[in-house]
Design a protein around this ligand. Sequence first.
Ligand code: HAM
Length: 421
Amino acid sequence: MKYQSVKGFRDILGVSAETFSFVEKTARAIFRKYNFDEIRIPTVELSDLFLRTIGETTDIVEKEMYVFEDKGKRKIALRPEGTAGVVRAYIENNLSQKYPSQKFFYIGQMFRQERPQSGRFREFSQIGCEYFGNLSVYADIEIILLAKDILESSGIKDVKIEINNLGCEKCRPLLQKNISEIITKLNFDNLCDDCKRRFSKNPFRVLDCKIDGEKFKGFTPKLCNECSSEFEELKNGLKNANLNFTVSNKLVRGLDYYTKTVFEITSDVLGSQSAVCAGGRYDNLVKDLGGATTAAVGFAIGVDRLVEILEKTVRSPKSEAKSPFVFVCATENDDCKKMAFHILSEIRNSGIIADGGYFEKSLKSQMRLADALGTKYAVIIGDEEIKNKKIILRDMKVQQQKEIGLDGAIEEIKKCFNRNS
Ligand code: HAM
């Protein structure tokens, strides 16, 4: 039987894998700049945690979670996102007391059993962060700037930022009433099944419903005075930071924990799944999960989508291809192999990228491989070289070679490396 990867899961190979690493490295450096600390949370949580946080009537919880029972009959879920786990860890480890910094970032795999399509995978990677304990709208501005900084530092230029304000507990009843009035006019029975179910838990979801959303076109939510003025402050702050953005009443997000600010960053380079980053404020979640009342705001970048944009725009596979600087070959003799392998290690220990050790191949095949890998120099060890305590160093481009004494070989290779770098 020939095995294939599971539907919706994929292998990430070669230059793509390198681009993932590059993006992760870039994000780590930017998070440091904003004084965020890394947090590593488990890949699985009790499924109930996601029901309580993301919401029972959301697509993620209703249809997309990988849930299973472990041997202790616990209902476990592969994490579909990072926020719930970070909030759980924040409360469980009493992080509000342990660290002066309340800013955490994470990088890891998430799992959602969605219908696979371009840009939508069942296992995908997120770079996310959660910022606790700051009610100020400047925390929201910082978070949006941080997301943009990571995207831009990775090489992405043209993204669109959409923002919205979903209101606080005070605005909710009024917003709910406004939406109810429209629904009464439209006749509740005419709504799709999803809207009927979701309306009581999260009335906003009807606004972005693919079937019924159009019916609410032109609906402008009325916020309480505090949320209204905070929203103005957010918009002014983003303008002062020279960030272009648009306000979208339709941006309601598919997770129930949000309050006030929500945002999404999209790219036209992506297909229908155009969101490369999304986030917002969730001031009730820590308390809802049993912690103290704690303001919180965060985002998650979809790394698979970010890499897709880079691959389609700036980081072409060719420009990123990496070759070893040295390739070490040996003839069949055991002493030659031993010596060659020792030299290969020495070269690597001196910090130079090196390959070799394919000693089951003929010398000709080894040289062919060195060439195919785009190696700059080949080191060749044969019987003669062992006898004379020398190595052959071959410049693969100009196809010239010289003999060097074994003692000074590594120094000579280092000199070649410094000249080339
Ligand atoms: P989300 O909108 O569900 O938010 O996901 C964030 C990003 O993850 C999306 O914008 C997208 O780039 C990527 N993403 C989501 N699903 C998939 C998928 N099936 N395949 C590929 N990429 C995907 C959250 O997860 C929130 N936890 C964000 C947050 C953090 N809010 C506050 N803090």
